[in-house]
Design a protein around this ligand. Structure first.
Ligand SMILES: Cc1cc2nc3c(=O)[nH]c(=O)nc-3n(C[C@H](O)[C@H](O)[C@H](O)COP(=O)(O)OP(=O)(O)OC[C@H]3O[C@@H](n4cnc5c(N)ncnc54)[C@H](O)[C@@H]3O)c2cc1C
Length: 440
């Protein structure tokens, strides 16, 4: 995978994707794997924005059940299964447990567990045995204590299994590798400046931010997958999105795992927090705000809330090794919206994707590419992205220096910061190995 700005202007693309987060990467793979000539332009670096900050859970959709959103629940169950099928080396089962307090909790969770199992009866179809998920259940205090030590001292718990995307950065890069192997073009550090639309398609002018060079791009259709910049990019393309306001979400990566083998949840002042084991670390999240105050304030607030929610953990501000922040669509009550939507514009050759979850990005990509093909009057192959193995979705091996050289050579890491933020696990595990803002 080489950075080649010249290739961008050497052909007319069937589809140009703007934005190289998880949404854009899935759209590129969906389009390329179905025979469309596709290209992707990312203004900074691939996967460095909200997609870098996820709590790494491939959600099966219990939140949708709470809202009686059956379609959202089924979509999440299917997409969690797809992720474990196409990227089994970086997506694996993870247990979750929350305390059950009193009879009402017990009845509510028992019903939720039954509904969850009944409605996700196909959750393990096609999966390897070591990737299949056990049913949800209520467990008594003794079993809860055995499962998560002090977290449940003397309390019953509701337990279920979801999945964890242990290496989100490798999943995203794998999508770009598979796409570029199949004739797609992807480029980072490139900004779209202008767009002129005609009956033939879209004529866009872009700037290569590494050398200031101008690039002319021709595409028959465009998908706007620019995350927090969705409205700005839609405006640049001559449209509006009318999408809900974005809210900021924050997680903190903690320097230890707290002896946890399962993620534990607990309520703090009406909201649920999760302490999630991740490799030899843990991640605490997620809190949301309007994004006005400095991110450090929200990070501090999160740690305070974590201390109240998980008093047994002895969480200290010094445990925080990294604060991760990103943007998701928000509802009027300040809570995130959990359903991704593909927004149509006046011109059917242009779509915008408002991504609510990392987990379901593939499914919205499939919808988008189906619609684009229809708008272009193109008969394309059926989608294969739910079953085709992403061969590069594996943790990188080798010493730090070897992996650094590898991503610089083969993955368009133009700076150390690109390598650490978007490609090497050290960027999130031990950011002190180097500055994440390094330009060198
Ligand atoms: C704290 C937090 C925790 C979360 N945890 C989970 C979780 O556990 N599970 C889950 O399923 N979901 C989770 N989510 C949601 C999930 O992370 C997001 O929905 C998803 O990553 C959004 O992906 P995206 O590609 O739409 O956006 P982004 O990752 O933000 O990508 C958009 C890209 O577009 C680029 N761009 C912007 N403007 C331009 C332009 N003009 N030209 C070119 N490129 C441009 C940006 O630089 C960026 O790279 C979480 C979100 C947050 C904030």
């Amino acid at each position: 995978m080489k950075r080649d700005p010249g290739a961008l202007q050497a052909r007319e693309h069937d589809l140009l994707v703007i934005g190289g987060g998880i949404a854009g990467a899935w759209v590129l793979w969906e389009a390329a794997s179905r025979g469309l000539k596709a290209a992707l332009v990312e203004v900074h670096d691939f996967g460095q924005a909200t997609s870098w900050s996820s709590l790494k859970t491939a959600h099966g959709g219990l939140r949708h059940l709470q809202r009686a959103d059956l379609a959202g629940f089924r979509e999440s169950v299917r997409e969690r299964r797809v992720l474990m099928r196409v990227a089994p080396d970086v997506v694996r089962p993870l247990g979750f447990a929350i305390p059950v307090r009193g009879a009402i909790d017990a009845v509510t969770f028992a019903l939720a567990g039954m509904a969850n199992d009944l409605l996700s009866v196909d959750r393990n179809r096609w999966l390897r045995a070591d990737r299949s998920l056990a049913p949800a259940r209520l467990i008594g205090p003794a079993e809860a204590a055995a499962l998560a030590g002090e977290a449940f001292s003397g309390q019953s718990a509701f337990v279920w299994q979801d999945a964890q995307i242990t290496h989100t950065e490798r999943l995203l890069l794998a999508l770009l590798h598979s796409s570029t192997d199949a004739t797609a073009i992807a480029i980072n550090h490139c900004r779209i400046d202008t767009c002129v639309r005609s009956t033939a398609g879209f004529d866009l002018q872009a700037t290569d931010l590494l050398d200031g060079g101008k690039i002319a791009i021709r595409a028959r259709a465009v998908v706007n997958a620019s995350g927090a910049a969705l409205e700005t990019v839609a405006n640049l393309l001559g449209e509006t999105c009318g999408s809900p306001a974005m809210i900021r979400g924050v997680n903190v990566v903690l320097g230890r795992r707290f002896g946890l083998d399962v993620a534990v949840g607990s309520r703090d002042r009406g909201r649920f927090l999760f302490l999630v084991p991740w490799l030899d670390r843990a991640i605490l999240g997620t809190v949301y705000d309007d994004g006005v105050s400095p991110v450090e304030d929200l990070s501090r607030e999160l740690v305070e809330a974590g201390r109240r929610a998980f008093p047994w953990a002895g969480l200290e501000p010094d445990d925080v090794i990294l604060t991760q922040a990103g943007h998701v669509p928000g509802a009027s009550n300040g809570e995130p919206v959990y359903r991704t939507c593909v927004i149509e514009h006046n011109d059917p050759r242009l779509l915008s994707i408002l991504t609510a979850k990392y987990t379901t990005a593939r499914s919205s990509a499939q919808t988008a590419v189906d619609r684009i093909a229809r708008a272009l009057g193109r008969r394309i192959e059926p989608s294969v992205t739910s079953e085709r193995l992403l061969t590069m979705a594996k943790p990188l091996t080798g010493t730090f220096e070897e992996r650094m050289a590898q991503v610089r050579q083969n993955e368009m890491a133009m700076t150390r910061a690109d390598a650490l933020r978007g490609r090497l696990i050290e960027g999130a595990l031990s950011p002190s190995v180097d500055s994440l803002d390094s330009e060198a």
